[in-house]
Design a protein around this ligand. Structure first.
Ligand code: ADP
Length: 241
């Protein structure tokens, strides 16, 4: 589904070239849940920007669901991005004056659908937050704001979710709730790629790709992927085994 082949990315800073990626080859199959890890400056965001069709490689190829997107112009790139990819951000990126529902509906405003409200509400239901639909971000906890961010990423029904440090601003309880939601969406068939620093988050994914100095230095399955309990799941009863 996602295939990077010997991808490089060079940024020009004044008259200095910065090699952010130095030949990255990796593929992610449909239905995987992958963590990309590495120290600051190692190239994680650059990989995410390319995978998310926000930027194109300097050399090498990027093939997304069979389309060679490395060579496309900005318009086609935006089209593919809008159809296939949902983004989740560390700082949620919600509009403060809008309700949760209106934030989730935003990506649909420029489409031709007339059922945006209903679809936005359904997306909020998928993250267990329909009862907060009319609250503004300041009236929600960090974890709830991130759930709104995930609902907004889902509203156009992407096949891939890209999450950049999605739990970076959250306490551990909220982090577990967010990872549980991402796991459940992955169970439903969405491919999930997460950039994270946190070993605890990596342990909930199925595969860890480590990046250093613009190169992939290891790519291993996660042994015994941990399951996180979804926030809406009922508490285990006394009769649980
Ligand atoms: P990470 O996400 O792992 O912190 P990045 O992908 O942001 O790493 O950065 C990789 C390298 O590329 C760093 O040396 C960074 O300074 C450089 N870089 C990233 N984006 C740009 C840019 N827009 N212009 C110039 N250099 C950049």
């Amino acid at each position: 589904m996602i295939e990077l082949i010997d991808v490089t990315k060079v940024y020009r800073m004044g008259n200095v070239d910065v090699a952010a990626l130095q030949g990255v080859t990796l593929s992610v199959a449909e239905g995987e849940m992958v963590a990309i890890v590495g120290p600051s400056g190692s190239g994680k965001s650059t990989i995410m920007n390319i995978v998310g069709c926000l930027d194109v490689p300097t050399s090498g190829r990027y093939v997304l669901e069979g389309d060679d997107v490395g060579q496309l112009g900005d318009d086609r790139l935006a089209e593919i991005r809008n159809q296939k990819i949902g983004f989740v951000f560390q700082t949620y990126n919600l509009l403060p004056r809008l309700t949760a529902l209106a934030n989730v509906e935003m990506p649909l405003l420029y489409g031709n659908g007339h059922d945006g409200r209903r679809r936005a509400l359904e997306a909020l239901e998928r993250v267990g937050l329909a009862h907060r639909a009319h609250h503004r971000p300041t009236e929600l906890s960090g974890g709830e704001q991130q759930r709104v961010g995930i609902a907004r990423a889902l509203v156009k029904e992407p096949s891939i979710l890209l999450a950049d440090e999605p739990t970076g601003n959250l306490d551990s309880k909220s982090s577990v709730e967010i990872i549980a939601i991402l796991q459940r969406l992955n169970d439903e068939g969405i491919t999930v790629v997460i950039v994270t620093h946190e070993p605890d988050i990596v342990s909930h994914t199925k595969r860890a790709i480590s990046v250093l100095d613009g190169r992939v230095v290891s790519d291993v399955p996660v042994d015994g992927t941990r399951r996180a309990a979804a926030p809406s799941a009922p508490a285990p009863s006394g009769g649980a085994r």
